[in-house]
Write a new protein. Structure first.
Length: 165
């Protein structure tokens, strides 16, 4: 599985998780949208949830600040998919649902698409990485066992209902 990042560079470079993954040769950074290959785009605004039915060869994320991550910013080729209910494990957004950093989004995507060891390798580069995998162990396992996006959404609903109680 290849990981590609459309890199906006408008967030703190010292804390940027995409840059760290690139330093370990785990992801490729693209400063121009034209050089980003077509692949499954991890897009929180997408209508369809990522599921094991999606292609697992190329995953793309947009690394930018959350202030500029509006829908128009995600103009990239390929099917756009939202990650289902998962909570951030990083210290900046710890416990916040849906608001993952780029490394967490890639780890979640890899896990759901059947690449658990890649998810573990990505998270091993961050001191909080194990927290993300521990906090989300059950939902990740369940999403990875779904047949399609509709099943993922049904499982997600159980977590949303629990979160509302
Ligand atoms: C907005 S950037 C913030 C990155 C942060 N500056 C960092 O250093 O990791 C996070 C990216 O991860 C992906 N992502 C995060 N949460 C997501 C979700 N719930 N669904 C789909 N993609 C998500 C998107 O590509 C999003 O643009």
């Amino acid at each position: 599985m290849e990981l590609h990042v459309r890199y906006e560079g408008d967030d703190d470079p010292d804390k940027c998780t995409a840059r760290k993954l690139a330093r370990f040769d785990l992801a490729a950074l693209h400063r121009s949208p034209r050089s980003v290959p077509s692949g499954v785009v991890l897009d929180p605004h997408a209508e369809r949830a990522l599921s094991p039915a999606d292609p697992d060869d190329v995953l793309v994320a947009l690394d930018c600040s959350w202030e500029t991550a509006e829908a128009e910013a995600f103009k990239l080729d390929g099917p756009h998919r939202a990650l289902p209910f998962l909570v951030a494990g990083n210290p900046v957004s710890h416990g916040t649902p849906f608001r993952l950093n780029t490394a967490e989004a890639f780890a979640a995507g890899a896990y759901i698409l059947g690449h658990e060891s890649l998810a573990a390798e990505l998270m091993s580069k961050f001191r909080w990485g194990h927290t993300f995998l521990e906090l989300n162990a059950e939902p990740l396992e369940r999403y990875a066992g779904c047949a399609d996006s509709a099943e993922v959404v049904a499982v997600q609903q159980e977590y949303l209902d629990l979160a509302e109680e």
